[in-house]
Design a protein around this ligand. Structure first.
Ligand code: GLN
Length: 275
């Protein structure tokens, strides 16, 4: 009478099991988050760090859900050098600065360009990467060659980015915003826009890795930008993040991480970003 078929058994057991796993996961997260927000003088020992994980090779999600990329390795190494651990969480890119302002995260590493405007609301670490914006178009397109050639054209960008800001300066351009850079690039690949303005290393990586088909980068870099780790204004963690970054820039660890994700030697970085 109480015999169940295998599938009945699984159907009854699985929800319970899943509930149990969830409960444990939440308990684990809850504990570390609490210790992470202790906010002692000099900052806490577990930093809650946000990233928008659709920006390879800086940050992406592996098949098993874990975060990987240059930024992820870099922040872990900074933590090791400065004696704190990092607890990553994913946020939409345009939600990062509001979360820093609200104090629900301690820091963000998300290939975020240090800009004058952002520096008014958050504090940035010293620059950790030199990048710049590039124009991508379809391989077969011949009339997209420069910023000037984009007048009146359809341009896809990721929302809240320096790419969006640059596109907004173009006369008569029709701008379409997307939640992530891969979505903007896919729109271009599908032929629904004429160009994408995005960080050059990310667009080049998407083309090289074959993630997005039929695109090319044209013209010169539009800008020179430096990425920084963002923290709440005057965060107590600012000094130790900078100290850790300075340590790994000097002891070869930064170069090792750069080599892993980009190959070759890293360029020298300024101590402050020219704004
Ligand atoms: N570097 C660009 C910016 O800061 C894009 C960053 C991103 O999309 N993760 O706006």
């Amino acid at each position: 009478m109480f015999r169940l078929t295998r599938s009945q058994f699984l159907r009854r057991l699985l929800p319970g099991l899943l509930g149990l796993i969830c409960a444990f996961t939440f308990a684990a997260c809850g504990t570390s988050t609490t210790s992470g927000s202790s906010g002692a003088a000099g900052g806490s020992n577990v930093l809650r760090v946000a990233t928008e994980p659709a920006f390879p090779p800086f940050e992406s999600q592996a098949a098993d859900g874990t975060l990987e990329g240059f930024d992820i390795d870099l922040f872990k190494a900074i933590g090791e050098a400065s004696g704190f651990t990092v607890e990553f969480q994913s946020l939409p890119f345009d939600g990062i600065i509001p979360a820093l302002q609200a104090g629900t995260i301690d820091a963000a590493i998300s290939a975020m360009t240090i800009t004058k405007e952002r520096a008014q609301t958050v504090s940035f670490s010293r620059p950790y990467f030199k990048a710049g914006l590039a124009i991508a178009t379809k391989e077969a397109t011949t009339d997209v060659t420069s910023l000037d050639s984009l007048k009146g054209k359809r341009i896809a960008v990721q929302i809240g980015t320096t790419g969006q800001k640059e596109a907004e300066k173009i006369e008569g351009a029709e701008i379409r915003t997307f939640d992530s850079a891969p979505l903007a690039l896919q729109e271009l690949s599908n032929g629904n826009v004429d160009a994408v303005i995005n960080d050059a290393p990310v667009t080049l990586y998407a083309i090289k890795s074959g993630n997005i088909k039929g695109l090319k980068v044209v013209g010169q870099l539009l800008t020179e930008e430096f990425y920084g780790i963002a923290m709440p204004k005057d965060s107590p963690n600012l000094d130790k993040v900078n100290a850790g970054l300075t340590t790994i820039l000097g002891n070869g660890k930064y170069a090792e991480i750069y080599q892993k994700w980009f190959g070759g030697q890293p360029p020298t970085l300024p101590e402050t970003a020219p704004l």
